[in-house]
Design a protein around this ligand. Structure first.
Ligand SMILES: *[C@@H]1O[C@H](CO)[C@@H](O)[C@H](O)[C@H]1NC(C)=O
Ligand SMILES: *[C@@H]1O[C@H](CO)[C@@H](O)[C@H](O)[C@H]1NC(C)=O
Ligand SMILES: *[C@@H]1O[C@H](CO)[C@@H](O)[C@H](O)[C@H]1NC(C)=O
Ligand SMILES: *[C@@H]1O[C@H](CO)[C@@H](O)[C@H](O)[C@H]1NC(C)=O
Ligand SMILES: *[C@@H]1O[C@H](CO)[C@@H](O)[C@H](O)[C@H]1NC(C)=O
Length: 818
C-alpha cells in the first residue's frame, strides 16, 4: 500500500471524528513532521520520541527497570503508554543512547559510546524520510519508491494493530514476562498451508523447534485457492484469516465497538494466550484494557510429549476466571526464577536418592497432598489396584519416587521434572508430593555416597583382627555370626535385585521357561500368524488345573539392551488392561529366546473377515470401529506410559467370540526400536497404513496411529483394502483418495456398494467417512486425538467438515507436531 494513500485514509478518517476527539488531535497535529535525514532522539532526554500526527502513537525510548530503556512504539495518549512494538528485548539500552535517521538513509541505534546496538532491517539504506503513522506503523520510506523500505508492521513483536496484516511465514513472539521483553516461548504463525497457529517453541536455538500447535484456525487447505493467505486486522478492529477464495474466517466476534470509540490491539501475551484488547479513547471512562476475545479457551489443557507445557517444569497450571493460566509451585517447591512464575519450580530440599540416610531414615520424608492436580506425562511406574495407603508406602520407600498420583484405585509414580501440570476438577484423584520434613541437615556432615562403604569395610577389618587373636570357641561363635551376616546381606541383595523390576512382578505376568513354552506349543508346531516381530504359535498352558489356549509370539528381532530393557517394556505391556486390547499373560527370557504369551482369540483377525467371505455386518463393523478407537485412546492417553502402536492394520485387530475388537502387537515397536522418536533407519508399519510423517524429519507421535486408524476405518466402511491395484481402475486404487472423492462428490453410496444396512444409516456413514478423512490428514496437527475420534464416533461432539487430506505443497512440513 502506498504511503500517501495511507495518509489520505487517516485524514478522511479524522474528519468524521466527533468534535470532542478532534480537538486534541488538532492540538497535537503541529508536532508532526516527516522525520528528515539527520534527525535523532536520545534516551533519557526531555523529548525522547517521535509522535504520530494524531498523537495516538509514539516511537522512541521508554524507560524500563534498572535505568534502562526500550526502543519502542507505544499508545501515547493513554495513561498506560502500552508498548506495541520494541526493537529487541535482549539488547540493553543505557541512558544517552541515540536513535538516528542517518544522512545515508539508515535508521540505527547507537549507545553513548557510538557503538551500534540495533539497525532497522539488515541492509536498509537510502531512505529519504521516516514517519510515525497514526496506525501505529513506523516506516522508513524513499520518495523514489512506492514501497516502504522498512516498517514496524512487517516486523511484529508480540502485538498487531488494526490495518496490520500477517503474511505467510510471519511470526509473532511472546515476551518472557510482563516486564521482561526477551523472547518468550510462545509463537503465533501463519503457516504456508494457510493455518494461523499458536505453538510453543523449544528453548531458543538457531533453528527453532516448534512443539504442538495448541490452537489453529483450520484455514489450511491443499487446494491453494481454499487456503488462508493472510491474517488481517482490519481498520474496524476485526481480526480474520483471509482465504484466497474470498472467505473470511473471523477470530473477532460480531458487533465489536467501533474503532472510533476504542483502541484495539491483539497481543500474544507472555502467558501464551492470544488476546484482542480494547481500550476506550475517551478520557472520562475507566482507563484500562479489556479483553474482546482470546484463544485458546483453556490453555492449561495444552501440552505434548515434549516440553513443559504452558507452565514451567514442576509447576502446575490453574485457569483463572478470565481464562488466564496461573502457574503454581507445589508446597516446598520454589520458582527457579523468582521473577518468572512461568519458568518452572525446583524442590527447596534435598531429594531422596541423593541422601545417604535414605536407607535408614525414610521417615525424613513425608507426602503433601494436592487434590485434583496431575502431571499426566511424567509417569515411570503404574501400580494397579493400589489403595492410597499402599501407594503412599510404595512412594515413601522408593527413593526415585518424587510424586505419586492416586486415582481410580491405581497408583502412578512420577519422577522430576514434572511436565504439563494442571488442575482439573474432573480428575477424581490427588497428587502426593514427596517432601523432606526438615531441610536443614541437607547433605549432612559426610559425603553421601562413600560413607556407607567405608563403614562396611571397617567392620570387616575389625572382624578379621578379632578372628586372628582369639580362642577357638570364640572363633567358632564369630564364624557363626559372620555366616549369618553374610546370609542376611545376600538376602538383601536379592531383594534389591527384584526391586529393580518390581513392575514385572506386580503386573502379575507369569515368567515361563523356554522348555515350558516348547511343550505348550508342542514344539512350535501350529503357526497362527507371522507378524513384523516374529511368528505366533498356538499353545496350551495349564494354570490352576484348567487348560487354556494361548498365543505364543517368538520374537525374531531380539531386544538388544538385554534383560532389564526387555522386562521393563514387557511390564509396560503387561500393565495395560483394556477390553479392546489383547492381554499379555506372560513372557520368557532365556538368552537368545525372547517370547511373549498372549491370550488366544478365537475369531482370528479383522483382515480375514473384512476382506474374506464372511464379512461382518454394518453394525458389527461400527462396533469394531468403536472398539479399535477406544483401545487406541487407552494406549495413547490412559495407560501409565503412552504407547504408540506404529502398526495399526486389520491384521493386528483380533476378534473374540462376540466380535469385540482386540488390538494386538502394541508396545512392540518401542520394545524393538529403541528411541522411537529419533530412529529413522526404517519406516515401521505396513504399506497403505503408514502415515506420511514417517518419511519426514519430524518426530513420530501418536498421530501416526490416528492416520492408520483412519485407513482402517475406511476399510471397515467399505470392506475393501486400502490399496487395490486390480480393481476399478486407477482412481479407485487408493482407498483414501477414492473415499475423499466420493465424499466431496456426494457419492458416499459408492463406498458401501450394495450394503443395505449401511445405506439406511446414511448419517452415521457420512459421519464415519468425515472422521476418517480427519484422521488421514497429511499434516499430523490436523488429525484429531484418538480421544476426540472416539467422542466423534460416539456422537458426543460434532464433526466439522474435513479439509482435503493432502497438502498442496510438500514444504508445509516445516513445523513439527507431537
Ligand atoms: C512527508 O513526505 C511525504 C513523501 O515526500 C509527503 O508525501 C508528505 O506530504 C510529507 N508529509 C508532511 C506532513 O510533510
Ligand atoms: C530477562 O530474562 C532474560 C532471560 O532470563 C535475562 O537474561 C534478562 O536479564 C532479563 N532482563 C531483565 C531486564 O530482567
Ligand atoms: C473457500 O474455502 C473454504 C475452505 O478453506 C471453504 O470452506 C469455502 O466454502 C470456500 N468458499 C468458496 C466461496 O469457495
Ligand atoms: C472490517 O471487517 C468487518 C467485518 O467483516 C466489516 O464489517 C468492516 O466493514 C471492515 N472494516 C473495514 C474498514 O474494512
Ligand atoms: C530450607 O532451608 C532454606 C535454608 O535454610 C530455607 O531458606 C528454606 O525456607 C527452607 N525450606 C523449607 C521448605 O523449609
Amino acid at each position: 500500500m502506498s504511503n500517501s494513500v495511507n495518509h489520505l485514509l487517516h485524514f478522511t478518517f479524522l474528519y468524521y471524528l466527533p468534535l470532542l476527539l478532534l480537538l486534541p488531535v488538532l492540538s497535537t497535529a503541529q508536532n508532526y513532521k516527516n522525520i528528515t535525514l539527520g534527525s535523532s532522539i536520545t534516551s533519557g532526554s526531555a523529548d525522547p520520541s517521535w509522535v504520530s500526527p494524531s498523537g495516538d502513537f509514539a516511537f522512541g525510548f521508554r524507560p524500563i527497570e534498572d535505568h534502562r530503556f526500550l526502543l519502542a512504539i507505544w499508545f501515547d495518549k493513554i495513561p498506560d503508554k502500552t508498548v506495541v512494538w520494541f526493537a529487541n528485548g535482549d539488547i540493553q539500552i543505557p541512558k544517552g543512547s541515540k536513535v538516528e535517521l542517518t544522512t545515508d538513509g539508515q535508521l540505527i541505534l547507537n549507545d553513548p559510546q557510538g557503538k551500534m546496538l540495533w539497525p532497522a532491517g539488515q541492509q536498509v539504506s537510502g531512505a529519504t524520510y521516516a514517519a510515525m503513522l497514526d496506525s501505529g506503523n513506523f516506516i522508513l520510506a524513499s520518495r523514489s519508491s512506492a514501497d516502504n523500505l522498512w516498517e514496524s508492521f512487517k516486523n511484529p513483536t508480540d502485538t498487531i494493530l488494526p490495518t496490520q496484516k500477517l503474511e505467510v511465514n510471519s511470526i509473532v513472539y511472546s515476551r518472557l514476562t510482563k516486564t521482561n521483553y526477551s523472547k518468550g516461548r510462545f509463537r503465533l504463525r501463519l503457516l504456508e498451508d494457510g493455518n494461523l497457529v499458536l505453538n510453543i517453541a523449544a528453548s531458543p536455538s538457531l533453528t527453532e523447534v516448534q512443539y504442538d500447535a495448541y490452537y489453529w484456525t483450520n484455514t489450511a487447505n491443499n487446494d491453494r485457492r481454499n487456503a488462508g493467505s493472510e491474517a488481517v486486522f482490519n481498520q474496524s478492529g476485526y481480526l480474520y484469516v483471509k482465504v484466497r477464495n474470498g472467505t473470511e474466517v473471523f477470530l473477532s466476534p460480531q458487533n465489536i465497538p467501533p474503532a472510533t470509540d476504542v483502541y484495539y490491539r491483539a497481543t500474544l501475551d507472555f502467558d501464551g494466550v492470544f488476546t484482542q484488547y480494547s481500550h476506550p479513547r475517551g478520557k472520562n471512562v475507566e482507563q484500562r484494557w479489556s479483553t474482546v476475545w482470546s484463544v485458546p479457551d483453556d490453555i492449561c489443557k495444552i501440552g505434548g510429549v515434549l516440553g513443559s507445557g504452558v507452565c514451567g517444569y514442576n509447576s502446575y497450571c490453574l485457569l483463572t476466571s478470565d481464562l488466564r493460566p496461573r502457574c503454581e509451585c507445589p508446597l516446598k517447591f520454589v520458582f527457579i526464577d523468582p521473577n518468572n512464575r512461568y519458568g518452572g519450580c525446583r524442590p527447596d530440599f534435598v531429594q531422596g536418592c541423593q541422601l545417604d540416610e535414605w536407607k535408614t531414615k525414610t521417615d525424613s520424608f513425608e507426602l503433601e497432598t494436592l487434590e485434583d492436580i496431575d502431571w499426566p506425562t511424567s509417569d515411570y511406574e503404574m501400580l494397579e489396584s493400589y489403595s492410597e495407603e499402599q501407594c503412599r508406602t510404595s512412594c515413601l520407600n522408593d527413593c526415585l519416587c518424587d510424586v505419586a498420583i492416586v486415582r481410580v484405585g491405581n497408583c502412578w509414580k512420577k519422577k522430576l521434572p514434572l511436565s504439563n501440570g494442571r488442575f482439573s476438577n474432573s480428575m477424581n484423584g490427588k497428587a502426593l508430593i514427596k517432601v523432606r520434613r526438615d531441610n536443614s541437615s541437607g547433605l549432612g556432615p559426610y559425603s553421601p555416597s562413600s560413607a556407607g562403604e567405608k563403614k562396611d569395610r571397617s567392620t570387616f577389618i575389625l572382624v578379621g583382627s578379632l578372628l586372628l587373636g582369639s580362642s577357638v570357641f570364640f572363633n567358632f561363635m564369630l564364624l557363626a555370626v559372620i555366616f549369618l551376616v553374610l546370609f542376611f546381606f545376600k538376602d538383601r541383595k536379592n531383594m534389591r535385585k527384584n526391586n529393580q523390576d518390581p513392575s514385572v512382578m506386580r503386573s502379575n505376568l507369569r515368567s515361563f521357561t523356554y522348555q515350558e513354552l516348547k511343550e505348550a506349543t508342542d514344539g512350535f508346531k501350529e503357526v497362527l500368524g507371522r507378524g513384523a516381530f516374529g511368528i505366533v504359535y498356538k499353545g496350551v498352558v495349564e494354570e490352576m488345573g484348567s487348560r487354556n489356549y494361548v498365543a505364543v509370539k517368538k520374537l525374531d528381532k531380539l531386544v538388544e539392551e538385554g534383560e532389564k530393557e526387555f522386562k521393563t517394556e514387557v511390564s509396560v505391556i503387561g500393565q495395560t488392561h483394556h477390553k479392546n486390547l489383547v492381554r499379555l499373560l506372560g513372557y520368557c527370557e532365556e538368552g537368545q529366546n525372547q517370547l511373549l504369551v498372549y491370550e488366544f482369540m478365537n475369531n482370528s483377525n479383522l483382515g480375514e473377515h473384512l476382506f474374506g467371505i464372511s464379512k461382518p455386518n454394518w453394525n458389527q463393523r461400527v462396533q469394531i470401529a468403536f472398539g479399535i478407537a477406544r483401545g487406541l485412546m487407552y494406549l495413547h492417553e490412559e495407560c501409565s506410559s503412552q504407547i504408540i502402536h506404529c502398526d495399526v492394520k486389520p491384521q493386528n485387530i483380533l476378534l473374540d467370540d462376540t466380535f469385540t475388537a482386540k488390538i494386538s502387537d502394541f508396545g512392540l515397536a518401542k520394545l524393538l526400536m529403541h528411541d522411537q522418536t529419533r530412529t529413522r533407519t526404517g519406516v515401521r508399519g505396513t504399506r497403505g497404513y503408514v502415515a506420511p510423517d514417517w518419511f519426514r524429519n519430524t518426530p513420530i507421535t501418536v498421530k501416526v496411529d490416528v492416520y492408520s486408524f483412519g485407513v482402517v476405518l475406511l476399510e471397515l466402511i467399505s470392506c475393501r483394502k486400502g490399496i487395490e491395484l486390480e480393481q476399478g481402475g486407477e482412481e479407485k486404487a487408493l482407498l483414501t483418495d477414492w473415499a475423499y472423492d466420493c465424499y466431496t462428490s456426494g457419492k458416499l453410496k459408492d463406498l458401501v456398494e450394495e450394503d443395505e444396512e449401511a445405506m439406511n444409516d446414511m448419517r452415521r456413514l457420512e459421519r464415519m467417512v468425515m472422521i476418517a478423512i480427519w484422521c488421514i490428514q497429511d499434516e499430523p496437527t490436523f488429525r484429531p486425538s484418538m480421544k476426540k475420534v472416539t467422542q466423534m464416533l460416539e456422537g458426543v461432539i460434532e464433526v466439522s467438515v474435513p479439509p482435503s487430506p493432502y497438502p498442496f505443497s510438500t514444504s508445509s512440513g516445516n513445523y513439527t507436531q507431537l
